[in-house]
Write a protein that binds this ligand. Structure first.
Ligand SMILES: CC(C)(COP(=O)(O)OP(=O)(O)OC[C@H]1O[C@@H](n2cnc3c(N)ncnc32)[C@H](O)[C@@H]1OP(=O)(O)O)[C@@H](O)C(=O)NCCC(=O)NCCS
Length: 174
């Protein structure tokens, strides 16, 4: 069956959807209004693009309104200058009952030299909501390539570790 609002999104019934059905690629240019006094982009601007790309990927997978539940540690590994191009790629790594982990990778490109640098990677959890604003079930994700399977397994480990930490903190602080 093909989803009518996105002809590329193949819904494989209740058994799930491929990460490729919801992958997002966004391209932006760093404007002077995005930059600090050193002429490099504010981290918050990149965070905004990461959240938007992640929400589109999760929303495409769920075909529901989604909200950001959490963002794991986010490391900026290289600054990005005004005038550079920023590529943001997001895909659903893992899906639970109502939540999805989306991995987002950000790369910058110097459009004059063509040089490209990894800028940031982030993992976000989105939750699908029904029309009453309550968490609602999403389709399973079906990783098929070795890369998709590796991302799925890593996402599952991150989820287990998030839940373990939340449980420990609850025990400690109530
Ligand atoms: C996200 C939200 C809907 C979860 O509500 P909740 O009552 O905790 O829902 P549940 O306990 O039923 O959990 C629903 C799912 O979310 C996951 N979840 C809840 N809080 C989470 C968190 N902080 N990080 C990651 N996952 C989380 C649960 O593990 C569960 O996943 P599963 O169904 O796949 O097993 C709720 O906390 C909320 O509305 N937060 C505000 C979201 C928002 O407005 N974001 C925009 C920025 S402010």
């Amino acid at each position: 069956m093909t989803n009518s609002s996105n002809p590329n999104a193949t819904i494989k019934g209740p058994s799930g959807k491929s990460p490729r059905d919801s992958t997002v690629t966004m391209t932006e240019i760093v404007l002077p209004s995005h930059a600090n006094a050193l002429g490099t982009i504010f981290g918050g601007k990149i965070m905004e693009w990461i959240d938007i790309a992640g929400a589109i990927a999760a929303g495409r997978h769920a075909r529901r309104i989604v909200v950001t539940a959490s963002i794991d540690a986010l490391h900026f590994v290289a600054p990005v200058k005004v005038g550079h191009i920023v590529h943001i790629r997001a895909s659903v790594n893992w899906a639970g009952r109502t939540s999805m982990e989306v991995g987002v990778r950000v790369d910058s490109e110097n459009q004059v030299t063509g040089e490209s640098h990894h800028t940031a990677t982030a993992y976000l959890t989105f939750v699908a909501l029904d029309e009453h604003g309550r968490p609602t079930q999403v389709q399973p994700i079906l990783p098929s390539t070795p890369e998709e399977k590796r991302r799925f397994e890593s996402a599952q480990k991150r989820r287990e570790s998030r839940m373990r930490l939340a449980e420990e903190l609850k025990k400690e602080h109530g």
